[in-house]
Ligand binder design. Structure first.
Ligand code: GLA
Length: 376
């Protein structure tokens, strides 16, 4: 990827590019808890976005997407929003950096990625983090890593129409090889957990069913949670109990009740999984993953037939834990599998999924990797 990127950069803009990269992420557990002020448990992966970039001494950005084979050119002002959706991420980052430091200029850039789009692995966060990190370095803005994370999140909110939480950008910027990150999304306190489950593997099965989060049910889910939190007199759902929720059942819609029930359960599951990991108790980790899946499917209603099917296949193959990962509405499952069951599970999942849906899921072994960085 690096060579292709530099070759294209040379062809379009000449020499002198710096290279930056940021990863996508997995999340072991803690889904839709981030915007509820709760805990998440993600890690960065060995797939991400890479960008070649060089200041061009103007007030304009000239960008080329290698994957789309498409150019975009835009200015740095609020009114200069580009037409291409991929370019809006870069534009949004430029705007958010300027709001915080006001000190960047135009640049030329080529970027490419190997984090699958729409798989629930946060390709967009990888893109935002790459440019936030790069602009901060190249113009020496002095923005700290927490603020880089918020730049990515604000880009989604203000320029891409997704009212997301902070997990994806945090994992992308703060990722550390071999470690998951337990993040408290209310205080932003975080802790690295070395993750090397002996005798088990983490594998993703990508259904290749794509979700579209913009203007979407994702924002509706968040709105449901915020309504319930308001009725409970809290800023976030974080910390609410089922007793409290049941006490206000008559004041909220049945749908909002189910959404909140999922979040309250998920909150307990994340903490439970952290404890279980400490004891090396992967059976409990796995059980909680299945519970998360069916909570996301039945109460939060962000799964889909294909993902439910993959989880059922996992269950039938004796996989320790399996669930839909990320925002939902398609994407992939994350699976915790005993070494000795791995081959059988992958073979059956491929075969049975293809027989039903006409294509095989893609299989990605998870390698937990480092966060945003400059490449030599
Ligand atoms: C998407 C969002 C995250 C988070 C997850 C669900 O990936 O970007 O902020 O809410 O969905 O856990």
């Amino acid at each position: 990827m690096k060579e292709q990127l530099l070759a294209k950069f040379r062809e379009l803009y000449g020499e002198g590019a710096s290279l930056f990269t940021s990863p996508g992420r997995i999340n072991l557990i803690g889904e839709h808890t981030d915007y509820n002020g709760g805990f998440v448990f993600p890690g960065a992966v060995d797939k991400g976005i890479m960008a070649a970039i060089r200041p061009n001494g103007t007030e304009r950005v000239r960008a080329w997407s290698l994957d789309m084979n498409e150019a975009s050119e835009f200015g740095l002002g609020e009114a200069d929003k580009p037409a291409q959706s991929w370019a809006r991420y870069i534009f949004g980052v430029c705007r958010e950096v300027q709001k915080r430091s006001g000190r960047i200029g135009g640049f030329d850039t080529v970027f490419a990625g190997d984090v699958p789009l729409g798989a629930g692995m946060s390709s967009s966060a990888a893109l935002e983090s790459t440019y936030a990190f790069a602009l901060n370095e190249l113009w020496q803005c002095g923005i700290d890593k927490f603020e880089l994370v918020k730049i990515g999140q604000a880009t989604e909110h203000n320029y891409c129409g997704v009212n997301c939480g902070i997990m994806d950008q945090f994992a992308s910027v703060f990722g550390k090889r071999g470690n998951l990150i337990r993040l408290d999304c209310r205080s932003l306190e975080y802790e690295y957990f070395p993750f090397d489950p002996k005798g088990y593997r983490l594998v993703l099965l990508d259904s290749r069913v794509k979700h579209e989060l913009v203007g979407s049910p994702y924002n509706d889910r968040r709105a449901s949670c915020e309504r319930v939190a308001r009725v409970l007199g809290q800023e976030f759902l974080r910390g609410a109990t089922m007793e409290q929720l049941d006490a206000v059942k008559g004041q909220i819609s049945e749908e909002d009740y189910k959404r909140a029930r999922y979040v309250i359960g998920e909150e307990c599951r994340v903490l439970d999984v952290c404890d279980a990991l400490g004891r090396g108790d992967y059976e409990t980790v796995g059980r909680r993953m299945y519970e998360t899946h069916w909570g996301m499917s039945k109460d939060y209603e962000v799964s889909c037939e294909e993902l439910d099917f993959l989880v059922e296949v996992a269950e039938a193959c004796g996989v320790t834990g399996s669930r839909i990962m990320g925002g939902g509405f398609g994407g992939c499952t994350i699976n915790l599998v005993k070494d000795e069951r791995y081959d059988d599970f992958i073979a059956k999942a491929r075969e049975q999924f293809a027989a039903r849906y006409g294509h095989e899921p893609k299989v990605y072994d998870v390698v937990i990797s480092d966060g945003s960085r400059r490449l030599e």
